[in-house]
Design a protein around this ligand. Structure first.
Ligand SMILES: [Zn+2]
Length: 414
């Protein structure tokens, strides 16, 4: 009897998700470099989790702080006269509210897609595999690796055949596990290309390769255990996971990345230590010269960023990258007034290095390389209400069309 009770207890607690009880999110606005530096110093502290990246001056940064560190954090901000406000009083309450509101009303039929709920990794794979079956003349799936925990790293390729050296547009999502709004954007692009016949022209001269969940172990972990997990799930000696977007071998561990294994921006014990980033690198290598545009989908912040992240020196083709980004933003803006900030990553954010965007441009042979930080859900951070999925994916689709036109004009019609 006692054993049974204990067993029940153990299995119950194992099923419990991590609680963010008492965790607060502060909105901090550094006005000087010294203030920004002070803030950045908290990045490696386990009690702090930066929801939005530290930006350049006068832009609010959202930081989640564990209860134990709140008093000293507030004292530090006050003593330096740094402007701050409380964005979320209790993160756990917020997550529970949202779980209730967007609780899965029905399971998605295997092989179907939905844009009114967040899908699990196996559902996403089932959908793209179904497309490959139903539209075998234009869609194929390809497993380009296995995650650390053994999940398939699957991309879908969309093309109507023809020349086997077509220019490629490569789009990836969810290299950061908790950024749930990113996979639906990838899925909507897939959905429109494959299932909406009015866009059939878009894969005549271009092949699309879309990788909807780069970090499936982390992504599933955010659904089952820790909602705000960001990294991969490889164990180190004390902590788990590597920030896959600091793990690429260009300017690796140079700036804006951590060598502390428990940090949210831990770059890994070496560049490309993660099988997930190796898979992306290998795909770049085996399609060298063909990939013309790379888009890495993240959240949040409404940012459209191109290289470089590690230096304030602009790339040679800064004018083209900026004007294309501006046009994409204009197209998105037309839908419902959403605005993105466009610029080099370093002009918008504090320095970062070892990310896929910079790697794609430096070593992947891809001139046009962008990070899109999708919108937050109001004050809900990484938990945009599921009702926000449709507005976000449909406005981004307008921007994707502009990207496509540019690639077509530059690389195909020329
Ligand atoms: Zn991210």
């Amino acid at each position: 009897m006692l054993t049974l009770c204990l067993l029940a207890l153990i299995s119950f607690s194992a099923a419990e998700k991590f609680s963010y009880n008492g965790y607060k999110v502060y909105e901090v606005t550094p006005k000087t470099l010294a203030e920004a530096d002070l803030l950045v110093n908290f990045e490696d502290d386990l009690n702090f989790d930066f929801w939005s990246e530290v930006r350049t001056l006068d832009t609010a940064v959202d930081v989640m702080v564990a209860p134990i560190a709140q008093e000293s954090f507030e004292d530090a901000l006050k003593s330096e006269n740094i402007e701050y406000a409380t964005l979320i009083e209790d993160v756990d309450e917020k997550i529970q509210e949202e779980d209730l509101r967007q609780g899965r009303s029905a399971t998605v039929e295997t092989g179907e897609v939905t844009f009114t709920e967040y899908m699990r990794h196996n559902e996403i794979l089932a959908y793209i595999d179904q497309l490959a079956q139903d539209y075998s003349n234009i869609a194929t799936t390809e497993v380009i690796g296995k995650s650390f925990e053994g999940r398939d790293l699957t991309v879908i390729r969309i093309s109507n055949g023809g020349a086997d050296n077509k220019s490629i547009i490569f789009i990836e999502a969810a290299i950061h596990a908790r950024e749930w709004i990113a996979p639906p954007v990838a899925l909507y692009i897939i959905n429109q290309l494959v299932e909406n016949p009015s866009y059939a022209n878009m894969y005549e001269d271009i092949e699309w390769v879309i990788f909807p969940v780069v970090n499936p172990d982390g992504y599933e972990y955010t659904h089952t255990d820790v909602r705000l997990w960001r990294k991969t799930r490889t164990p180190a000696t004390i902590c788990y996971g590597v920030d896959a977007n600091r793990n690429f071998d260009f300017q690796w561990m140079v700036t804006g990345a951590s060598n502390w294994q428990c940090s949210e921006t831990y770059a890994g014990r070496s560049a490309f230590s993660e099988v997930e980033t190796q898979a992306v690198r290998n795909f770049f290598d085996s399609h060298r010269g063909r990939i013309k545009l790379f888009i890495d989908l993240h959240s949040y912040g409404n940012l459209l960023m191109y290289p470089w992240g590690y230096t304030s020196d602009p790339p040679e083709d800064v004018e083209e990258l900026q004007s294309l980004g501006d046009k994409v933003n204009d197209a998105i803006h037309t839908v419902r007034g959403t605005n993105y900030t466009v610029g080099t990553a370093r002009s918008i954010l504090y320095a970062t290095s070892g990310g896929s965007r910079d790697y794609a441009k430096a070593f992947g042979g891809i001139d046009l390389s962008y990070t899109i930080e999708l919108p937050a859900g109001g004050d809900a951070g990484f938990n945009p209400d599921a009702s926000e999925i449709v507005p976000v994916v449909t406005e981004i689709w307008e921007g994707i069309k502009v990207f496509y036109e540019h690639v077509l004009e530059k690389y195909v019609n020329n």
